[in-house]
Design a protein around this ligand. Structure first.
Ligand SMILES: Nc1ncnc2c1ncn2[C@@H]1O[C@H](COP(=O)(O)OP(=O)(O)OP(=O)(O)O)[C@@H](O)[C@H]1O
Ligand SMILES: [Mg+2]
Length: 599
């Protein structure tokens, strides 16, 4: 199987960082006050934290001076003064703690509200997206936007806002405090700054490469495991187990190599930073001792200063981390916003025609359509369908039968010509109302994870249990449902693979019967059920179709013999039309198809 592009978003960079950040800011607009409160709290917490060492230094000075005085016999330790200072410091730390508590409370709530809203926006958006979009993307890609990307964005947002404010405030505050103690010692400390920055930069640049590779291969591994897991039947059936394992081993090797390198390098950061920091200590200690001997600095200030030096390198590392985090946050946010800004189907039409009481007269005039403009599938389709008639569409595989049905339900818009329902162009109806005029059973069965009862009731949500069961009976599904464990409460799995293909079709037919819509569309509705059951369903369907316009697509031509009109399609055009007897008499393409089946 071809390797698939990884979904791992972490180290990816946003294509338009500034633009994305601007969008993020706009999106969080309604939480502006909260975010400002968070910033103020984070800054306040940092400030209270920063001033404490200097004040604590006063206590140390007083203590040491008191001790000296006691030794020389000129006085004693001023415990009252020291106690007062300790109380003040305690209060400062308490304030710092309280502010950071409030900050993280508010921030978590904002982040979760933001994620909630994003998920909601994306989900609602999905319902408004044209089918075209989903055909060009894998399910995983769309889903990972709701889960991974929103999560990455939320976490990144939460941490980066808080850390950025705290780190910057701490850095500035620390420098100010250091300057108030000793400009000379501050200068010496700041000299180690370029060394640290250069070092962090070098390590980050080097590890970035491996991080990227690690993320990429993590994505490959995920993809491979997912594919092999989902496709294990195919792998086993074709005896490809060893190939798959080889392929996996190769990817796993690369992942191993890049993962240990990136982790080693980022692990290297701490000890080396500490070493550089210790160099700073030595400088501070020497110059501090020198100044203390001169009497220009108090002993407590030296201690306070050393604490500040310790507090100085940490925010630098944090800022480096935050920039990284902001990159991945922006990349995730960009993907989310990209999706939210995708072109939608227009939902509402001005002065829309009401789709209630549709009688079901359908006109196709010169309809042409292609999934892509350069490959026209339907060339010039013309047909008039009277109310209550049963129309059969037949033709070889790939002729465009399903496509016509999709056009009728306006999953796609025609490129040329027009389709009219009850004399009004499809575009004159609101899209959802238009679709509620159709009951359909499509070639690909649409069932979801949930009980059989829920799946059938999806056709008409307000239907009672009895109505659901009656519909199942008409579709000849009741019998097989009762043999399942739990009967109507039997849970279908994700792709409903725990019932047979024919049974899936029976369930969708029951759903369409329950929905009871003016126009019926049956696209190969009974292609997977046995002929005996098919005949039985047909009798039920005949009842259902009586009086409503219905479009029936079938390969088994015996099932559509009684249709009022048969449209024979070939390469996107109708080449013959008429009743079964007319067409047989004509000895054309239809007769050829029919005879081929009964030869
Ligand atoms: N989503 C799509 N994107 C691009 N091309 C498509 C898409 N769906 C169908 N086609 C192409 O359009 C043509 C008509 O397809 P359609 O599904 O309408 O055939 P059909 O008559 O229903 O065939 P079958 O009997 O196999 O169901 C085919 O050539 C097919 O390859
Ligand atoms: Mg088809």
């Amino acid at each position: 199987m071809p390797p698939r592009r990884g979904r791992g978003p972490a180290m990816e960079k946003a294509k338009d960082f500034k633009g994305t950040i601007r969008k993020v800011i706009k999106y969080i607009g309604r939480y502006k006050i909260g975010v400002i409160a968070v910033m103020v709290c984070a800054a306040a917490s940092a400030v209270f934290h920063i001033v404490s060492p200097k004040i604590l230094g006063k206590a140390t000075t007083s203590l040491s001076e008191g001790l000296m005085a006691k030794i020389t016999g000129t006085g004693g330790i001023d415990f009252g003064y020291i106690g007062k200072i300790l109380l003040i410091v305690l209060a400062l730390y308490l304030f710092s703690f309280l502010f950071s508590l409030v900050q993280s409370l508010v921030m978590s709530s904002i982040t979760q509200k933001l994620c909630y809203r994003l998920r909601k926006d994306i989900t609602e958006k999905i319902d408004r997206m044209p089918l075209k979009y989903f055909e060009s993307k894998t399910n995983g890609e769309v889903l990972s936007r709701i889960t991974n990307d929103v999560d990455t964005f939320g976490n990144g947002f939460n941490q980066s806002v808080t850390q950025l404010i705290t780190s910057v405030t701490t850095m500035i505050g620390v420098v100010i405090m250091m300057l108030t103690i000793s400009p000379l010692m501050t200068l010496i400390t700041l000299l180690i700054l370029p060394v640290s920055v250069a070092f962090i930069g070098a390590v980050m640049k080097k590890s970035q490469k491996y991080f990227k590779q690690q993320q990429e291969y993590l994505g490959h591994i995920n993809g491979q495991v997912e594919e092999n897991y989902a496709g294990h039947l195919v792998v086993k059936a074709f005896g490809k187990e060893n190939d798959v394992i080889d392929q996996f081993d190769k990817t796993n090797d690369v992942l191993y190599g890049s993962a240990w390198k990136s982790q080693f390098l980022s692990g290297l950061m701490m000890p080396v930073m500490q070493f550089v920091g210790n160099l700073g200590y030595v400088g501070v200690a020497i110059s501090g001792a020198f100044l203390a001997v001169n009497g220009t600095i108090e002993i407590g200030d030296i201690l306070a200063f050393i604490t500040y030096v310790r507090n100085f390198t940490q925010p630098m590392q944090q800022i480096a981390q935050v920039t990284n985090m902001m990159q991945s946050m922006a990349a995730a946010a960009e993907r989310v916003f990209e999706f939210i800004e995708e072109e939608e189907e227009d939902q509402i039409t001005e002065n829309a025609v009401s789709a209630e009481n549709i009688s079901g007269v359908v006109d196709f005039t010169h309809v042409s359509f292609g999934y892509s403009p350069d490959k026209i599938v339907i060339k010039d389709f013309n047909a008039h369908v009277d109310q209550g008639k049963q129309i059969a569409i037949v033709g070889p595989t790939g002729a465009g039968k399903t496509t016509m049905v999709k056009l009728l339900m306006r999953f796609y818009d025609v490129n040329g010509g027009e389709i009219k329902l009850d004399g009004h162009g499809l575009k004159e109806y609101n899209r959802s109302e238009l679709r509620s005029a159709f009951g359909m059973v499509l070639q690909d069965t649409w069932l979801f994870k949930g009980s059989i009862m829920e799946n059938i009731r999806y056709g008409r949500l307000e239907a009672s249990d009895e109505e659901v069961i009656a519909a199942a009976k008409s579709a000849h599904a009741d019998h097989f449902i009762r043999t399942l464990p739990g009967g109507y409460d039997f849970e279908l799995n994700e792709d409903a693979t725990n019932v047979s293909a024919g049974q899936r079709q029976l369930l969708t037919i029951a759903r369409a019967i329950l929905a009871d819509r003016p126009v019926l569309i049956l696209d190969e509705a009974t292609s997977s059920v046995d002929t005996r059951t098919e005949h039985r369903i047909q009798r039920a369907m005949d009842n259902l179709m009586r009086g409503r316009t219905s479009f029936v697509i079938a390969h088994r031509l015996s099932t559509i013999r009684n249709a009022d009109m048969i449209l024979v399609m070939k390469d996107g055009d109708i080449i013959e039309q008429g009743s079964h007897d007319d067409l047989m008499a004509k000895q054309g393409f239809y007769a050829e198809l029919y005879n081929a089946q009964f030869a």
